[in-house]
Design a protein around this ligand. Sequence first.
Ligand code: PGA
Length: 305
Amino acid sequence: MNVTIRQLKVFESVTRHHSYTQAAKELHLTQPAVSMQVKQLEDNAGLPLLEQIGKKIYPTTAGKAMYEASVDILTRLKELDNTVEELKGEVKGPLQVSVVTTSKYFMPQLLGAFLQRYPDVEPKLKFTNRANVVERLTNNIDDFVVMGQLPDDTKFDSFPFLENVIVLAAPPNHRLAKQKNIELKDLQDERFLSREPGSGTRQVFDRMMEEEGLNAEPYMELGSSEAIKQAVMAGLGVAVLSLYSLKLELDAGKLILLDVKGFPVRRRWYVVHLKGKQLPLVPQTFLNFILMESDKILDLDYLTN
Ligand code: PGA
């Protein structure tokens, strides 16, 4: 079909208004010009698209299909227009994002690469635990947040990006270091080192232990994944941690991963904001950047081994 955008616009307007006169008004055209466009579209389609019933115009069956297609095409064109406009616009000015502490192992790299491309962005990246991130999200304090464990309610829009691989880390000389397929219950006498309540990593740990009917009371609570790593390396216990936080220590042989059934737990990282929130250009550009470029920017090979 040799359909033009102009014909679709006119046809969409006539169908929506059930009237040639209204469409002509809306589009600032004369009524004969509107009729002519519809006629050309009908000739193109080889079928009548509109019929008059009483004083109103209604689409025929073919007309309904044409109407749906017109709406689709015109909407896509509008979106394209917006994208192009935004691309012309300057990505410049404030960017305020809160991220869970565990993402400190990859969010700075992503932000760094983003700032290289858009040096006029003024970033504020706040690192805090999941509970604080959820509170900031609910109060709409940031442009968006990044977290691993999504809140249960549905008042948020979430966009998954990288994999969040959660593992059980131990010191290299651990008694089960060489064992395969360890049952979680075989670890019940282990000294678990854990993040503080409010941490997303802690939530994963608590849920797993509960599901297995095991005591989720940690041996020691530490306020950061860094502190936990140091304690595990020092032989104080074992810990459930995100694999992103362990790369250097694993490479250096200072830590090992226990081969426990149910691990690794593979989740996702998410960008989250309040449902329907319209992001300004800078955060929207960063969001798109995170979704499209993370895999290319970060060295993720060790996550798949
Ligand atoms: P956390 O959160 O840094 O508070 O443990 C991690 C997550 O949301 O998965």
